[in-house]
Design a protein around this ligand. Sequence first.
Ligand SMILES: Cc1cc2nc3c(=O)[nH]c(=O)nc-3n(C[C@H](O)[C@H](O)[C@H](O)COP(=O)(O)O)c2cc1C
Length: 254
Amino acid sequence: MAFLFIFSKLTISTNYIAILADNNKIRSMKHARNFILTLAALLMVAGCNNSSNTNTKDMANNEPLQEVAGRKNFGPNHALVTTPQPCVMIATWDENRKPDVMMAAWAGQLDAKQIVISLSKHKTTENLEKTGAFTISFADERTVAQSDYFGLVSGNNEPDKVGKAGFTVTPSPNVNAPIINEYPLTLECKVLSFKDGMLIGEIINQSADECILTDGKVDLAKLKPIVFDAAGVCYRALGEVVGKAWGAGKAIAE
Ligand SMILES: Cc1cc2nc3c(=O)[nH]c(=O)nc-3n(C[C@H](O)[C@H](O)[C@H](O)COP(=O)(O)O)c2cc1C
């Protein structure tokens, strides 16, 4: 179908729009480009819901995708690409040194010292292109409402987003960006590149509030980070430890 083809040409950075559109947040989008992408996403979501599995196509070869018995195909462009997704909070200074924060779920670690985030045009991207820096914090169970608010409202429309959420900042001593005091774990980053909606940041430092440390190490049980569930369009808490990494599989290896 035409809309599926259009959507297949969009980059991963537009996937979050499918979720927003699905969540009736289209009103908040200002730019014509975003509107068109959102429309395509809406059509795609509707198409996914109504279509049978045989409607999914291998776009490279323009042929129907084959399915495995007992499994539903979603094709390559379903909003649920990798799940669950981290809820990273990007903080920047604006031109008047007012702090701005936005939520991003299409983010990941590139290597030990680099982070990659798929970003559309926002107040945040305007800011970080000017300052060359940003901080990343992690939304947690205590800050669900504020963190979601930072993903709903743009600094272009609310110049004091941080204050309105009741949050406060400390200037990072290492990069030209604010640290949000209410988020206990923060990466201080310099912009390495921002091209084609893909932000790559170099991690200069990571700092953690003592309240989330156990024996001097970051303790996720204390941090209580949340993840974004694209299938359920909601945030989820993390569960219990269920096994040791590089350990749980040893019994099978032996
Ligand atoms: C759950 C969730 C995830 C989001 N993920 C992203 C993302 O990965 N990339 C992106 O560009 N925008 C993402 N957004 C949208 C921005 O957070 C939103 O447009 C925000 O208002 C931008 O703020 P700013 O204009 O002040 O920078 C997400 C929003 C939500 C609620």
